[in-house]
Ligand binder design. Structure first.
Ligand SMILES: C[S@@+](CC[C@H](N)C(=O)[O-])C[C@H]1O[C@@H](n2cnc3c(N)ncnc32)[C@H](O)[C@@H]1O
Length: 359
């Protein structure tokens, strides 16, 4: 993939004396060629007007080949709020945006092509698998050499073809991958069936998070069944983030971890994630992202904190299209990973180690 994506940009000709500050600095370092930066729209970006077009395109209705939750979860006072003061999306009482489901349905056979549309997600495993593993091991001390996550139940929301589900299963966790796109679930099942070691560790269901949460409410323990929920590159595709946060609450055990990777809502993310990655370099298919649905770490933290979570860490991630590799960075201006834990209702405790003793 690296060769295919390599843009024709000079990396060593630009003096650094005019290097900009803040989020633009990262972009400057990646694309020091002034013409390249101009092409990618760093100058005079107008994300809102262009996103109006994207939004119009994604609002067309109708999709097929999908399973979408029929049963609506219980509505609470919080869910009745159509738009939170922070501007976080909460409009539909389902996380499903039909246009998103339709889009991923058309890509459902391509998940395991490492050189294809999802190549960057394959590469992201180098960061996100250790991120999930190490944060869980901080709480649940491992006693299983080679299978450090043995005994833990993880829900992979929006699992797609199982790119993240499988490695987490190989670490010993019992992982349930869910996705509303039936054909993606079929791809995930088929792929995992080739590895007999995964049979006891990985399972898939074509459904939504809120469907699982609603089912769990009928059960003895109120649905709190998972030690961790993972939603990697998913929240930017959801129709209702409030419903997402509440549903995560419902399915997590007290002290359970929520791991999210997503894209910040900045001019730079517009330039890189949409203009560069989709339209110029074709790292991901054109139309994959709607800038309006991106969310800043501050907004995401506010949403989670107001829904019973305590955010533990936020870490920037950077994709290098030349090498096809991801690395950690201090800047969260484009991609970032977040770890939060579910606060316990009884004691109001927010630190995961407070709960580790009980698990
Ligand atoms: C960019 S892909 C990420 C896939 C996977 N998490 C990974 O990183 O390899 C986004 C996924 O979210 C799924 N998705 C879209 N809407 C969803 C929803 N309402 N609930 C759960 N998953 C959803 C899509 O079908 C797609 O598989």
């Amino acid at each position: 993939m690296a060769a295919k994506l390599r843009p024709k940009l000079s990396l060593n000709s630009q003096p650094k004396k005019n290097r900009p500050e803040g989020e633009a600095a990262q972009f400057y370092d990646m694309y020091p060629n002034k013409c390249g930066r101009f092409m990618f729209g760093l100058y005079n970006l107008r994300p809102t007007s262009v996103c109006g077009l994207v939004r119009g395109a994604t609002s067309r209705s109708g999709f097929s080949g999908t399973t979408v939750c029929q049963r609506r979860p219980r509505r609470t006072g919080r869910l009745d709020m159509e738009l939170r003061p922070s501007g976080v999306r909460s409009v539909s009482h389902t996380t499903v945006d039909p246009a998103e489901v339709r889009r991923f349905h058309s890509l459902a056979g391509k998940w395991w092509d490492e050189q294809g549309e999802f190549g960057a997600l394959h590469a992201m495993n180098d960061l996100r698998v250790p991120f999930v593993r190490d944060n869980l091991l901080n709480v649940h001390r491992a006693h299983h050499p080679g299978k450090p996550l043995a005994g833990l139940r993880i829900l992979d929301v929006g699992c797609g073809g199982g790119l993240l589900t499988e490695p987490l299963g190989r670490l010993g966790a019992s992982v349930l991958g869910v996705d509303p796109v039936e054909d993606s679930i079929a791809t995930a099942r088929l792929h995992s069936s080739h590895d007999p070691d995964l049979a006891d560790h990985v399972a898939y269901r074509a459904c939504t998070l809120e469907q699982l949460a609603a089912e769990g409410e009928q059960e003895e323990h109120g649905g709190a069944q998972f030690d961790a929920v993972v939603a990697s590159e998913v929240v930017e595709h959801l129709a209702d983030l409030e419903m997402f946060a509440l549903s995560c609450q419902n399915v997590l055990k007290p002290g359970g971890s929520l791991f999210i990777t997503t894209i910040n809502k900045t001019n730079l993310s517009y330039a890189l994630a949409i203009v560069a990655a989709e339209k110029l370099l074709r790292i991901v298919p054109n139309g994959t992202h709607d800038w309006e649905k991106f969310i800043s770490p501050v907004e995401l933290e506010r949403l989670l904190e107001s829904n019973g979570f305590s955010v533990q860490s936020v870490q920037g991630m950077l994709y290098n299209p030349l090498s096809g590799a991801w690395s950690w960075t201090n800047s969260t201006s484009i991609n970032y990973a977040l770890h939060a834990v579910k606060r316990s209702e009884e004691d109001g405790s927010s630190h995961p180690e407070d709960h580790a003793a009980h698990s």
